[in-house]
Design a protein. Sequence first.
Length: 403
Amino acid sequence: MTMTHTELLEIIRNGESSGVEFKRDDIQNHDLAKELVAFSNLEGGIVLLGVEDDGSISGITRQRLEEWVMTACRDKIRPGLIPFYEQIKDVEPGKDVAIVRVSRGFDVHTLWHNNRNAYFIRVGTQSREPTPEELGRLFQQRGSFRAELRPVSGATLDDLDMRRLSNYFVYVRGQDAPDINDESAWETLLFNTEIMVEDGITVSGVLLFGRTPNRFLPQAGIDAVAYPGVEKDYAARERAALRGPISPLLNNADEIVDAGLVEQAIAFVQRNTPIGGQLEEGGARRESRPTYPVEAVREAIVNALVHRDYLLSSTDIELSIYEDRLEVTSPGRLPNGITPARMLTGCRAARNQLLKDIMRDYGYLEHSGMGVPRKIVKCMREHNGTEPELIEDGERFTVRLLR
């Protein structure tokens, strides 16, 4: 990938194009980020720092330029980019040129500037904001890469809980399911529903119906901790590694007979938060009242399980209970240009569409995509008059409910 002196001069001689941009190195960080976002959203490209628009060499003047470039790509681009960086010495006597190269992104990248995300695409020699139609096509193109449909190495039909699978198709979807021993029929059904692909069981299949999902996906779980105060503390009241399939096992009366991850998490919250009481209207008797409304807690947990980035394999979802708040933190940035503000309006964008669809079949999610405003926000306002906080911080997204 390293460029020679001769190759660089040839690129400069040919001028700017759909994959080449010239810039002075005293530009603002968001100007550099804009060009890199546009290249990444097309087919990749290079920015030559120290080259004027007319191709003349002005050279590098900024101190610690590489560090500045990397910081701009981390702070000003979402999801963040790590470009390939190199410097060519003495392109002209005493004048160096820096090459900043990015590849085509798997995600749609945005410029984060002035507290807003802005999309850019490369059109000829210009980086410009796309029309709604162009942006729609861009998301469609990037949507062809779905981590949830990747095959899980080593996982086979034997690693799925056939009770849960039969339960899902018969009781949840209301359709016939193959005989438990008819492996060929099961493979056909699971292939047609994307729980399997040609190379094996998908990530979503293991997460939803795996006997022991963590055997194959160490990040498939929730780390739950209840702290005695308002900060993290080694002296926790309870720590639990919640593990197992996301889906529950139901009976024909639609009752849960074997909890999935959602029910495990809710049970952890219930046993680590006090039940209060309030007088019913008229003062006839006291009514038990949980610290946090179950609907709001459930929605926060389900959203974390459904929308987290499962490519980030080094960390679990975190469920943290403090004296004054409850937090559910999921790994990964919000998908497809979603922001906390857009979530509050019910904007819909799924990173893991199959997970979302199946959890909606179980009744965990609303078809309208209005779970955040209708369940989390509405329930907390009615419960104690507080506003839930939606916090995006680097590669983490947190829903915070206040006591």
